[in-house]
Design a protein around this ligand. Sequence first.
Ligand SMILES: *[C@@H]1O[C@H](CO)[C@@H](O)[C@H](O)[C@H]1NC(C)=O
Length: 188
Amino acid sequence: MAKLFNFIIILACSLLLITANCKKFSRKPKNHPKYNFRRQKLSHLHFYFHDRVTGKDPTAFEVASASVTKKSATYFGSVAVMDDPLTVGPNPRSKEVGRAQGIYSAASRNEIGLLMVMNYVFTQGKFNGSTISVLGRNAVLSAIREMPIVGGSGVFRFAHGYAQAKTHTFDLKTGDAVVEYNVYVFHY
Ligand SMILES: *[C@@H]1O[C@H](CO)[C@@H](O)[C@H](O)[C@H]1NC(C)=O
């Protein structure tokens, strides 16, 4: 009986698509001129990230901390906001291709392990105005750290991939760091 009822509803909907009640709010397009998954391409981006926490022109600031942060060897509970330049070379005066904007927080009690929540905001060439979103763990004392790319905008719509970070220089006195990034990203 229920089956028959369903059948009648489906039949009615197919025949009378004009009635608002039968309209669906989702559909599975058979094809899309731009976003056919076979047309995905892989891009490799390579740039240097400059995290300046001291000096005349800092680009990252601690905005919150926990009662234990000062006593913690891993800065546990510290939260910082950054707007760090991304450049083509390790020299901070080399050409800027974008910024890394977001938050990092010390989320590990046993080693220095950051939770990174950031967007790469590109400002050059065909990537100008497009973003890549990264959400991952950054154990900054490890040689190579890997963070997932969870999405993107503009030319990076539907982005997925990974970012690998390798410390280029770290100034123990100031806390400033230059980090080399290799990013592999699938997009259209
Ligand atoms: C990037 O896009 C912005 C906004 O459209 C534009 O003002 C700027 O000149 C562009 N930069 C480059 C290098 O193309």
